[in-house]
Design a protein around this ligand. Structure first.
Ligand SMILES: [Zn+2]
Length: 395
């Protein structure tokens, strides 16, 4: 960042995000400390802090008087300085969450979509957000934006859903369509990427420069942070861990190929395997999990096999990326030890000697609002991340 563009507004925005980020990361923190940590001049920090305080994003706080002298004034993020709505779109539903500036979920709601064409979905979302914030007594002015997470290939910079497997859409300008109805900033991103970004800013990925997020559930997703920057590939399609090949002669995958990792580990693959080897009547992952919990050995075997295959996928990631951390989340984490004990054994067996470290993999508890909270983080990140990073790597 030796020579950012001559645009003063951009420089100010960059400096402002640095200051806000330092307050978020190290707060309560004094102005002199912020200057030291960011490398900005004390005068710049003072003027940016004043602006952030006037915007209600930051609060002043006295450090107490234990030293006897005049207590230093410290700065903290004001969690109630603004609000964000995050939405996770699924095939049938929109699930939304309202969070504060620290990504704490304050309220949640969901609705069944009335249809699958883009206009219907935009209408539904407009109604849902409008009534949701009204119920929560949040004004449009207090709403910093709406973040949307959805499966598929998303051009986050242009706000276009390039390809949606769940709706069959191609090149739908979802951001612009929704923004013109709601009149607040809208951000869209692939759902796994929203989780990854939120973990980076508010979860176990904070301060970790190389980490991956693997989600297990209906599909198997991957979010990638390398050298502190988000990686989404040339066309936004990076991270299709679920469609990496395990066996070219294996079961058919939803993508049309055979033997993808997801065909073994994703919910539909598990249900299909259960129909073949446990009982034809099994229709859902819940039924299969219930059987396993009741001690049905054929059901347990299915989860164990999925765990071993997932472990191969995770070991491949360790071999490729040598990450500091791999965070495993998603609805599939409720399968617990049935999945994760064989997964851990398989990771150890399939990781190249020297790269294996049992501390790398972290399985995090899953809440039903995690996707929507992830989508909210998409908006919050705008506050804390320097525009330079967003421009160069679209992170
Ligand atoms: Zn596939």
């Amino acid at each position: 960042m030796a020579h950012p563009t001559g645009n003063r507004e951009l420089i100010r925005a960059i400096n402002s995000s640095h200051v806000l980020n330092a307050i978020k990361t190290y707060g309560p923190i004094g102005r002199a400390d912020i200057a030291r940590r960011t490398g900005l001049s004390p005068a710049t920090v003072t003027s940016i802090s004043a602006k952030l305080i006037s915007q209600n994003l930051v609060l002043e706080k006295s450090a107490g008087d234990s030293s006897g002298g005049r207590p230093p004034i410290l700065l903290v993020i004001n969690p109630k300085g603004g609000y964000v709505v995050g939405i996770k779109l699924t095939e049938t539903n929109a699930v939304c969450a309202l969070t504060d500036l620290e990504a704490t979920v304050i309220a949640k709601s969901s609705m069944i979509l009335s249809g699958h064409n883009p206009d219907q979905v935009v209408d539904d979302l407009t109604k849902m957000v409008t009534s949701f914030i009204r119920e929560q007594k949040i004004s449009k002015k207090q709403l910093l934006g709406v973040g949307i997470g959805v499966a598929g290939i998303v051009d986050a910079e242009e706000g276009i859903l390039r390809q949606s497997p769940i709706y069959g859409w191609e090149n739908v300008p979802l951001r612009q369509m929704l923004q013109s109805k709601l009149n607040v900033p809208i951000y869209i991103e692939n759902d796994v990427n929203t989780l990854t970004l939120t973990e980076r800013w508010f979860g176990p990925g904070q301060g970790v420069d190389n980490f991956l997020t693997v989600t297990v559930g209906r599909g198997v997703g991957l979010g990638i942070v390398v050298n502190g920057q988000f990686y989404r590939g040339q066309n936004g399609g990076a991270g299709e861990l679920g469609h990496t090949a395990i066996d070219p002669n294996g079961p058919l995958c939803a993508c049309g190929k055979q033997g993808c990792l997801e065909a073994y580990v994703g919910d539909p693959g598990l249900v299909r395997a259960a129909q073949e080897s446990v009982s034809k009547s099994i229709q859902s992952i819940d039924e299969l999990l219930q059987l396993a919990q009741n001690g049905n050995s054929a059901a347990i075997k299915i989860f164990n096999q999925a765990g071993r295959i997932l472990g191969i996928g995770v070991a491949n990631l360790i071999n490729l990326f040598n990450p500091k951390k791999i965070i495993i989340s998603g609805e599939g984490t409720r399968e617990g030890d049935f999945l994760f004990i064989p997964m851990k054994e398989s990771i150890q067996q399939n990781t190249m000697p020297g790269l294996f470290d049992p501390k790398v993999v972290e399985i995090i508890p899953w809440g039903d609002d995690a996707w929507a909270r992830g989508a909210a983080g998409l908006v919050l990140r705008e506050l804390f991340e320097s525009p330079i990073h967003k421009k160069t790597v679209a992170a």
